[in-house]
Design a protein around this ligand. Structure first.
Ligand code: ADP
Ligand code: TZD
Ligand code: MG
Length: 579
């Protein structure tokens, strides 16, 4: 009898395991959605996470799960979680991790991995790969957890790294053995960490704020540029107040469109090529002077030659203290989170603010008027076959009527024309190819946007772009998400008219002519529509939005309509004269 007691006690003491602790750690931190693709060693993690009430979205390819996680991070300010198997699954997810880091989106890629002892001796384990080492240069941070009692710390560190300061992609390596480790549940519970203040405010220094405002005040031709960092910051009302109080014209970068409505009278998008070279002081808010802004110099900015400075002075508001001076001199860096910076500006401006000189504002209005009228004329045309403009004229109306819908956009011409034709009305409603200009974000973004916001999603996809993630139409149908995909089908990359001079194979940019992408949706129980006219496209889109059913519209576009690389033709290297 005496010996029976401890045995009973041992039996009743509750055990937990690595699987459970990962789930508990995520839940404790409000991370309730996982974008995943199951397999050894994480299949049970996906099952048990679902059984514990997490939303587990299971994908057909890890790249798409990863892109979904990355944009969920952008939309919610919480790290998007992508879960993959080891080696190939990890590598498939890695593209999105690098994308998250590049675009400053908070994301955590969690991958199962093989046995450390075997991997490190390169003895050939199942899916052997030194994943941590490979992830490091592409991630903002990378961690590995070897003991169940460290899972809480591992997840906490990953969360902090992803969302604090400049957000980015974090890799968390969880070896197979970790999941199976059993430890005392009560002791384990105490190892978990609910992260306090994961993205602490960063208040700008008051002299930096004053320096910036002094420069802005003295400007004759000021301009504000809003980037996707400003959209991410969710300081929408203060940003709008800043723009309106100063009266300064602003230019939204692609994913900052709608931060203020594109139809706002201070919006200078329609006069971009006038305001960039014309401005004397430019305030960048959450936008880098990278290739998308011609590195702040050259002809775009009024410089004489390709690398010449246009003479502007720059104010840069950014959370990263290393960003300033990356391309041109920044005269007034303001380092802090955008919410805090903008509210500091507003506080400092309480004493009053004079609007910019009238000549500058009226010159911009003049340019805008001319360009908008020109565009309206083009949009009013109804050519046959349908071209990008006549199709996007429909999309423009549909988005106007559904300002809460999220617009996903990728392609070359399909991207550039949509960006310039389709106005956005609310913040964080336009998500696209981002800093790298990558193809493949499409369907992953659609899934995450629908799941994270519950809003209708409209995807405008080049036919090439769509192909990178097209199989996820099954995922969209499986979860019955309100996604309307429009494939701008011009039979190829940029256009469908290239010819192989030798005959035989078709040219590398050309696809099967007259492909019926709509059938892909039908294959999975979604709605497939075929549109050859703007009227058909309008009807199909209206019906998709009314029904909220997964819908794929094959929009047949004139195959001659596109240009090489859309608006960035000049980035194609041109070789010297051929012999
Ligand atoms: P875009 O492509 O729209 O021009 P970028 O991705 O180049 O925008 O720039 C985004 C910038 O915003 C990055 O330099 C990043 O450090 C910054 N950023 C992101 N989030 C915040 C934030 N909350 N506060 C301040 N800056 C931020
Ligand atoms: N691969 C990846 C991952 N990203 C890329 N950007 C490219 C290849 C190169 N690329 C572009 O830059 S746009 C594009 C490719 C392949 C596709 C353009 O064709 P599309 O759009 O059908 O999507 P349009 O409307 O025909 O121009
Ligand atoms: Mg195309």
């Amino acid at each position: 009898m005496g010996t029976a007691e401890p045995q009973v006690a041992a039996e009743t003491s509750q055990l937990t395991d690595g699987f459970q602790l990962v789930i508990d750690a995520l839940k404790l931190n409000g991370l309730d959605t996982v974008y995943a693709l199951p397999g050894i060693p994480i299949t049970d993690l996906t099952r048990r996470a679902q059984a514990e009430g997490l939303r587990v979205l299971s994908f057909r390819h890890e790249q798409n799960a990863g892109y979904a996680a990355s944009i969920a991070g952008f939309l919610t300010q919480k790290p998007g979680i992508c879960l993959t198997v080891s080696a190939p699954g990890f590598l498939n997810g890695l593209n999105a991790l690098a994308h998250a880091t590049t675009n400053c989106f908070p994301m955590i890629l969690i991958s199962g991995s093989s046995e450390r002892e075997i991997v490190d001796l390169q003895q050939g384990d199942y899916e052997e790969l030194d994943q941590l080492a490979i992830a490091k240069p592409l991630a903002k941070a990378a961690y590995r957890v070897l003991h169940a009692e460290d899972i809480g710390i591992g997840v906490a560190r990953a969360i902090r790294a992803a969302v604090s300061g400049r957000p980015g992609g974090v890799y968390l390596d969880l070896p197979a053995k970790l999941f199976a480790q059993s430890i005392d549940a009560e002791a384990a519970r105490k190892t978990l960490i609910k992260v306090v203040d994961p993205a602490p405010k960063q208040i700008p220094a008051s002299d930096a704020v004053r320096r910036a405002l002094d420069l802005l005040k003295a400007a004759k031709r000021p301009l504000i540029i809003l980037g996707k960092g400003a959209a991410y910051a969710q300081a929408d009302a203060d940003i709008r107040t800043l723009v309106e109080k100063t009266g300064i014209p602003y230019l939204p970068m692609s994913m900052a469109k709608g931060l203020l409505p594109d139809t706002h009278e201070q919006c200078a998008s329609a006069a971009r090529s006038f305001v960039l070279p014309g401005a004397d002081v430019v305030m960048l808010i959450g936008a880098r002077l990278n290739w998308l802004l011609s590195h702040g110099k050259g002809k775009t900015w009024g410089g004489k030659g390709h690398k010449d400075w246009g003479g502007q002075k720059f104010i840069q508001v950014d959370i990263s203290p290393q960003e300033a001076d990356s391309n041109v001199r920044i005269d007034a860096p303001v380092v802090g989170d955008i919410g805090s910076c903008v509210s500091a500006f507003l506080n400092e401006m309480k004493t009053g603010w004079a609007k910019p000189p009238a000549e500058w504002l009226s010159a911009i209005q003049e340019k805008k008027k001319g360009n908008i009228a020109k565009m309206a004329e083009t949009l009013a045309k109804d050519p046959s076959p349908m071209n990008f403009h006549s199709a996007l004229n429909v999309v423009r109306d549909i988005v106007k009527a559904n300002p809460d819908a999220i617009l996903v956009n990728e392609g070359a011409n399909a991207l550039d024309f949509t960006r310039s034709i389709v106005d956005m009305y609310k913040p964080r409603k336009r998500i696209d190819v981002g800093t790298w200009g990558i193809m493949g974000i499409g369907m992953g973004y659609c899934v995450a946007a629908a799941v994270a916001t519950k809003q209708q999603v409209i995807a405008i996809e080049g036919d090439s772009a769509f192909g990178f993630s097209g199989m996820e139409v099954e995922t969209i149908c499986r979860y019955d998400l309100p996604v309307c995909i429009v494939v701008m089908n011009n039979n190829g990359v940029y256009k469908g008219t290239d010819v192989n001079p030798r005959g035989g194979d078709v040219a590398p940019t050309v696809f099967v002519k007259g492909a019926r992408y709509d059938k892909i949706a039908e294959a999975f129980g979604g709605v497939g529509m075929h549109a050859t006219t703007p009227a058909q496209l309008r009807k199909a889109m209206e019906e998709a939005i009314r029904s909220r059913k997964p819908t794929l519209i094959n929009a047949v576009i004139d195959e001659t309509a596109g240009t090489e690389s859309g608006r960035i033709t000049s980035l194609n290297p041109t070789a010297g004269k051929k012999k």
